[in-house]
Write a protein that binds this ligand. Structure first.
Ligand code: GTP
Ligand code: MG
Length: 363
């Protein structure tokens, strides 16, 4: 082993020990390593991520300015008031999460940001290779392995992002506002598919009830359920998911087969209204996930995607490095460009060499 490698191994061991001992700097460093995609991060993650997922993970998505950060801040404040620790991850935030007052005097982000029971991390997604799927997932898993019982993830819901967040969080809340327009319109971007809860925020404004009705209507069209299946207020029949607190003791009482009717909640993060209900329904959904076995299914499909992404990512990187360094690379390029060889022929020739040795596979 080269001196450098052993130094790296010693450094890694220190980092792993500090992380396991609950050191925040170690957590922050591990996250930076993941974000930076540094070599050796695979070896680090191999150790750090060997932990059974335990955290309640809530993804909060929706159009820009819907109040996602405000809601997350309000939820986090409520969780703190109940003595629970919470980690917040803001992906590609358009407005920075920390610093400044988000909602005037009601929720001061600075209070949250300086609270040792809260960990806030803003992160920017990178190119197509990393992106939300890979990096956020790892960061969330790190926060989970570190021991945060609650992880709240904010992403702006545009395009593919919403679907990807679904693979990182267990519960997904889609936040809309009264002005989000025609309910059906709002459903188009795939929001319908990923929402476990709908939240109509800024309900202090005109049109909130109409928005709630439009979403319920769209849900009815999608599920084909009659209106009686969707309770009038919050859309979930809590009696069917035990008491909704999600505590392990609940599982002692035999419950009927759990069902989940997507609730449509009204909140005003600005006035601090509806936040308790939001938290209650999030807990109820977590409880439902466990009781129904859906949590296990979601974890498995996450694991499946994960394996595929890590393997593909590594293969791709190896292939690029191999081609980039190969002395004949420009020759192949010229030959293929001139029509004297094909990319297929080159692939046939180089793939066996690429597969022969992957430096990262050895320990
Ligand atoms: N009237 C009203 N305004 C709100 C409410 N919640 C948030 N806002 C305001 O809406 C604006 C956007 O709130 P944010 O929480 O930053 O929204 P966001 O969805 O996180 O925004 P981006 O991260 O930029 O997409 C801020 O000026 C908030 O003060 C609410 O319930 N009612
Ligand atoms: Mg925000």
């Amino acid at each position: 082993m080269t001196p450098r490698a052993s130094e790296g191994a010693a450094g890694r061991k220190r980092l792993v020990d500090d992380f396991r001992a609950g050191g925040r700097p170690a957590l922050a460093r591990a996250i930076s390593m993941v974000e930076g995609g540094r070599p050796g991060v695979g070896a680090l993650l191999r150790e750090l991520l060997l932990a059974r997922p335990r955290a309640c993970r809530l993804g909060v998505t929706g159009p820009p300015g819907a109040g996602k950060s405000s809601l997350i801040a309000a939820l986090a404040t409520l969780m703190r008031a109940r003595g629970e620790e919470v980690a917040i991850v803001a992906v590609d935030p358009t407005s920075p999460f920390s610093g400044g007052a988000l909602l005037g005097d009601r929720i001061r982000m600075n209070d949250l940001a300086t609270d040792p029971g809260v960990f806030i991390r803003s992160m920017a997604t990178r190119g197509s290779l990393g992106g939300l799927a890979a990096t956020t997932r790892e960061v969330i898993d790190l926060l989970d392995a570190f021991g945060f019982p609650n992880i709240l993830v904010e992403t702006v819901g545009v395009g593919q992002t919403e679907l990807e967040i679904a693979s990182t969080a267990d519960s997904v809340a889609v936040v809309l506002v009264p002005e989000s327009g025609d309910g059906i319109q709002a459903m188009k971007a795939g929001l319908m598919e990923i929402a476990d809860l709908f939240v109509v925020n800024k309900s202090d404004r005109i049109g909130a009830d109409r928005m709630v009705r439009a979403i319920r209507q769209a849900l009815l069209l999608k599920t084909g359920h009659g209106g009686h299946d969707v309770p009038a207020h919050h859309g979930v029949d809590l009696s069917r998911v035990a008491d909704g607190t999600g505590s392990p003791a609940d599982t002692d009482t035999p419950a009927p087969p759990p069902q989940w009717n997507i609730p449509v909640l009204k909140t005003s993060a600005g006035r601090g209204e509806g936040i308790d209900e939001f938290l209650e329904h999030f807990r109820a959904h977590q409880h439902y996930l466990k009781a129904s076995g859906v949590l296990e299914q979601r974890r498995q499909s996450r694991a499946r995607r994960r394996i595929r992404d890590v393997v593909e990512g590594r293969m791709r990187r190896r292939a690029r490095e191999f081609l980039g360094r190969h002395p004949d690379h420009s020759h192949w390029v010229a030959e293929v460009a001139a029509g004297r060889a094909t990319a297929y022929g080159v692939a046939e020739a180089v793939i066996p060499a690429i597969l022969r040795k992957d430096p990262e596979s050895g320990t």
